[in-house]
Design a protein around this ligand. Structure first.
Ligand SMILES: [Zn+2]
Ligand SMILES: [Zn+2]
Length: 251
């Protein structure tokens, strides 16, 4: 068990599997706590490949409710239902509508036969922007969701996770907005989406925008993820670090 805040990349690709990369999913380890940040369709496979027991997860933090960030949850639930191994409830936290969306896709993909009860429990929690919380109680890791710009009318989060003086910021999916720099300021590691090379979009970031704004991003390591077709096959990009499926980084 590491006594430091650790990040493992389970999926560094876009929804289309560009470059053969998995969909969004990250494993956070803070001492004995194991959490997921987002859970794409490929996340369960990534966990198994790395030898991580899904039953050991305490919490899943969701940035937003797009399929490449949540549609892996029914497969986790299916595992808990049929392979068991889960004694304590799984926490699933995210923006408004999280329970309806996740329960809806689970029921459609894996309907339970009448009379078959669930063999696991999920505790859903709706998070509010900029309201920090301590999933494991005071003294444990601190989580602060912040609003990002992705779906217009819907709430989409980025997260800051702080533990023992170290801090990870994650952009979720977002277009550029000036307050992003303030939201992530001071993070030791900024896991930042970078879907495009240079295309302008109000839903996703590009490498050109990040280059143009790099000075204003007062963060330690900037780790690019959610890589689209133009970037997913790159091995390195000067000035940035590229996420790779399976990599583990100390925050
Ligand atoms: Zn999205
Ligand atoms: Zn996405």
């Amino acid at each position: 068990m590491s006594r430091q805040l650790m990040l493992t990349v389970l999926g560094s690709g876009d929804p289309f599997g560009s470059g053969g990369r998995n969909q969004s999913g990250y494993l956070i380890q803070a001492g004995e706590f194991r959490w997921l940040l987002d859970c794409g369709v490929t996340t369960l496979v990534s966990l198994k490949r790395l030898g991580v027991d899904p039953a050991s997860l305490d919490l899943v933090l969701l940035t937003h409710l797009h399929g490449d960030h949540v549609a892996g949850l029914p497969f986790l639930y299916h595992e808990f239902q049929h392979l068991g191994g889960r004694a304590s409830p799984l926490g699933v936290a995210g923006p408004r509508g999280v329970k309806t969306r996740v329960e809806g896709i689970y029921r459609v993909l894996f309907p339970l036969k009448p009379g078959n009860g669930r063999r696991f429990r999920v505790d859903y929690r709706v998070l509010e922007p900029n309201r920090r919380f301590f999933p494991t109680g005071p003294g444990g890791p601190q989580v602060t969701p912040f609003p990002v710009r992705h779906q217009g009318d819907r709430m989409n989060f980025g997260y800051r996770i702080r533990w023992r003086g170290r801090e990870l910021a994650y952009s979720g999916d977002t277009g550029w907005f000036p307050a992003l720099a303030e939201q992530v300021r001071g993070a030791h590691l900024f896991l930042c989406e970078c879907t495009y090379a240079s295309k302008r979009s109000d839903k996703h970031l590009s490498l050109s925008e990040l280059r143009a704004n790099r000075k204003g991003l007062e963060v330690g390591t900037l780790l690019l993820t959610h890589l689209g077709p133009e970037l997913a096959r790159r091995r390195n990009i000067p000035g940035f670090k590229l996420a790779r499926d399976g990599m583990t980084i100390r925050v």
